[in-house]
Each structure stands twice: as structure tokens, then as C-alpha cells.
Design a protein around this ligand. Sequence first.
Ligand SMILES: C[S@@+](CC[C@H](N)C(=O)[O-])C[C@H]1O[C@@H](n2cnc3c(N)ncnc32)[C@H](O)[C@@H]1O
Length: 194
Amino acid sequence: MPEAFGRLDTDLQLREKILPLCRLKKGEIWEDPLSGHRVGVLDATRRQDVEQIFSKEKTALSVQDPPYNVAVGNENTENLFKMNLSEYMDFSQKWIENNLVVLGKNASLYVWLGADQKEHFQPLPDFMIMMRQFSELVSRSFITMRNQRGYGTQKNWMAVRQECLYYTKGNAYFDVNAEYTDIPKISGGTHFFK
Ligand SMILES: C[S@@+](CC[C@H](N)C(=O)[O-])C[C@H]1O[C@@H](n2cnc3c(N)ncnc32)[C@H](O)[C@@H]1O
């Protein structure tokens, strides 16, 4: 189905129109006066940005969804970029290091990543191996698997899988009683993995 609006990272005219309506500019942080939640337009690879939004606080839960190093819809933009793998790994290493600065003593880290089936499943295996250097993190689960089509037609089909890695630090709390999916496991003989 076609998108109702163009993509903000590729449709420059739309972007120009929308930017004046955005209350937050690059580098700014808004704090909800009621709850204290903070929203920022920041760079996860810059330690000072991450420290600024956290102040002195630490988190027990970090859920990350970085760019997957694939050209989404055949477009390569500043936001959803495709770079050479070693540059992508430098990028990943930086934001993971910054994440570790703000993870509490006992914490969970979830990372969504892509695996390009046409390029030896990059960057998923490279990312997993890179994560081995962080001895404070323990790998816990490889949660979901699905094919991601992304935008477009058969011409720009994305042969990309989308996966979620789960790591813990210290003695992270995990609610085993929480029901996290009610999708039927078997339907008409087909197994669903979601
Ligand atoms: C896979 S998308 C995440 C989409 C998001 N989970 C959603 O559902 O809308 C990756 C996002 O990372 C953002 N991004 C790219 N480089 C970044 C950086 N250095 N710091 C913070 N965010 C970045 C992109 O703008 C993009 O929105």
C-alpha cells in the first residue's frame, strides 16, 4: 500500500514544510513537567548528548532500534544510511559504548537489527561479535525473526530480516509472568515467529 505521506528523510519539500512545525530543534531536549520524561533530538554516537539527556540518572531498560545498514526503499539517507560495514561497526561501537555509560547496575538491553540476506546477513553477525568485547553484558536471547519488506514493489524488495537481541547487565529484572504475545503459535499448520 502506498504511504499516505512521503518519507521525511527523502521528500525534501515535505521536510521543509514540516520542520517549522517541530517544536524541538536538533540538540534540544524537552522535559515533561508532569512526569519528568525527556525527549531529545540528539546523536546517540556523541557521549555528551547521551549524558546530557540522562543527567546523572541511569536506566534499567534500554531498547534500541538503530539504522540497519540497508538502503531502505533503495534510498540512502543521513537518517537511514547504508555505509561500508567497517564504518557501520564504528557507528555501532560508539552508540553501544554510550549506552553502557547510562545503563544501571542491573539492566536489560534490547537491540533491533537487520540482516541483509543478499550480503551475508550483515550487519547482524558483525554486531553480535562486536558485542563480545563488552564483558559486563551477557547475551540472553535472540528473540524475533521476520522478513522485512520495507517500502515499495518487487523492484526494490528488501531481502532483510529483522532480529532482536537481548542482553543483560548485572541481575536484570525479567517478569516471567508477563504475557508478551497472544499471537497463535500454530495456525493452519504454519508456525509463526514474531
Ligand atoms: C530503524 S529506524 C528506527 C525507527 C523507530 N523505531 C520507529 O519506529 O519510528 C533508525 C532511526 O535511527 C535514527 N538515527 C540515525 N542515526 C542516529 C544517531 N546517530 N543518533 C540517534 N538516532 C539516529 C534515524 O533517524 C532513524 O529514525
